[in-house]
Design a protein around this ligand. Structure first.
Ligand code: PLP
Length: 472
């Protein structure tokens, strides 16, 4: 069975989305919408090239991309078919919350993903020439747990972009910022210690609380971030070990803490003698950012950053800058868990930070995020949301009578995934009826537009009330 092809409108001058990607996205959306059911055969490549007025190689690339994403199977000689698995198992996340990147049945704006394909293009080139790098031999051996000296230099350079370049000997290289957070908390926390965080905070911190058996305590915030007086009040019982904060483009609220609040938080943490864990993974996305809290309270701040948001999450490179006396303890946790971070990733990141490739990728992400933010601002006019021109997140406050989990469920039924505020709740205190929309995760601007229009259409509906089990 070959289904009629949906009409594809190509934007030939769109610098961010090459034509083959536009075609792949259109087909992927048609699979999601059920226009192309499982088993259906796509048009032969030559026919489609003729119909769309593009080269055969463009169609071949589009089909190859769809094969790579697991949406179709086959080859030019056998024909290309929509995969069965791609449209089955509607509840695939219920058991174990397995994350399937780029699941073709949904526009998935619930995850963090690079907003442009530049990373992949550079990676393909870099891998071809990496053997010429004098540090290539390091890829064979065990390395010091904190990272080889050249990778710690890279970390010092990357951290130095936020302010002062630190001593590389103080830096620990980790396999991503989450690993940096894990090693930090494992090094400083004892069972049942309390860690303070915003009432809605980064999900990965909650996961670590469960694993490492520390307790999370929510603190009040305003539009500038955590309230220093709330930090002081939460420390009254003496059980608090650290304050966790995301100083730039907070996940999920997109707040950037201004300098005055950073100073106040540093002061209160110093007065209380608690650690401050500053997770600055989004900082590199900002064209200008206030100095890190670590520079205001270096004695007890552990500064964590990495390349996941600036370049791509798949590279898995993070950097931790603790106070000097903690470097060894944090490196020790790296040794106990993974011996060291993967040298291949460290070498790629080092090459890119040294030769300017990292800046080119980062610039492309920034430009794309700005364009997507403009698009979102136009479409969401009149709604109440928080964001920043360089943020990948939009924190949308839902109008009455919506609750966030009802909204995300109803939206998912229409093929769009976003995150409900409950997913970020530190404890059982009420959280705002809000949702996090990750605009960077859309495969194209067109896909983002479709998702935002679906969000608007869903908001215009009434929430569905549960029927089964409802008491009269
Ligand atoms: C605040 C925050 N910290 C850390 C991470 C994880 O970063 P990485 O991929 O480098 O582990 C994320 C990812 O979403 C995040 O939002």
């Amino acid at each position: 069975m070959t289904n009629t092809f949906p009409s594809i409108v190509l934007e030939r001058n769109d610098p961010a989305t090459p034509v083959y990607r536009q075609i792949a996205d259109a087909i992927s959306s048609a699979v999601q919408a059920g226009t192309f059911p499982p088993g259906c055969r796509l048009s032969p490549q030559r026919d489609l090239a003729r119909e769309l007025g593009v080269n055969l190689t463009t169609i071949s690339r589009a089909y190859a991309e769809l094969r790579r994403l697991g949406i179709v199977v086959g080859s030019p000689s056998r024909g290309t078919f929509v995969r069965y698995q791609a449209a089955a198992d509607p509840d695939f996340r219920s058991g174990g919350e397995e994350f399937v990147p780029h699941d073709p049945r949904f526009i998935d704006l619930s995850v963090n993903a690079a907003p442009t394909p530049l990373y992949r293009q550079y990676l393909a080139q870099t891998l071809l020439r990496l053997a010429d790098d004098p540090r290539f031999a390091a890829l064979e051996d065990y390395q010091p747990a904190a990272g080889p000296s050249w990778a710690r230099e890279t970390g010092a350079d990357w951290i130095g972009r936020a302010g002062q370049r630190p001593d590389p000997g103080q830096v620990v290289v980790t396999a991503g910022a989450q690993a940096g957070l894990f090693t930090t908390l494992a090094a400083i926390c004892r069972r049942d210690d309390v860690i303070l965080a915003n009432h809605v905070t980064y999900f990965g911190l909650r996961a670590l609380a469960n694993r490492l058996n520390f307790r999370l305590r929510g603190i009040a915030t305003d539009e500038h971030g955590p309230l220093p007086e709330a930090v002081a009040a939460a420390c009254a019982d003496g059980e608090v070990r650290a304050l966790f904060t995301v100083p730039c483009l907070d996940n999920p609220t997109a707040t950037t803490i201004p300098l005055a609040r950073r100073v106040a938080l540093a002061d209160v943490a110093r007065r209380l003698g608690i650690y401050l864990i500053e997770d600055d993974i989004y900082g590199p996305l900002l064209a200008e950012r206030p100095p890190p809290i670590a520079s205001l309270y270096p004695e007890r701040t552990i500064y964590i950053t990495g390349v996941s948001k600036a370049l791509a999450p798949g590279l898995r490179v993070g950097f931790v800058l603790p106070p000097r006396e903690l470097t060894g303890a944090i490196a020790e946790v790296v040794r106990e868990t993974t011996w060291m971070s993967p040298p291949l990733s460290m070498l790629i990141a080092t090459n890119w930070i040294e030769d300017g490739t990292a800046d080119r990728i980062l610039d492309s992400h920034r430009t794309e995020l700005r364009a997507r933010q403009d698009l979102a601002a136009k479409l969401l006019t009149g709604l109440n949301f928080d964001t920043n021109p360089y943020s990948t997140h939009i924190w949308l406050h839902l109008p009455e009578p919506w609750r966030s989990t009802d909204f995300t469920a109803q939206l998912q039924a229409r093929g769009v995934r976003i995150m409900a505020s409950e997913a970020f709740a530190t404890g059982s205190s009420p959280v705002p009826h809000a949702v996090r929309i990750n605009i960077g995760a859309a495969r194209s601007r067109e896909q983002l537009r479709t998702a935002l229009e679906t969000i608007l259409a869903t908001l215009a509906q009434r929430p569905k009330l549960p029927s089964a089990g409802a008491a009269p």
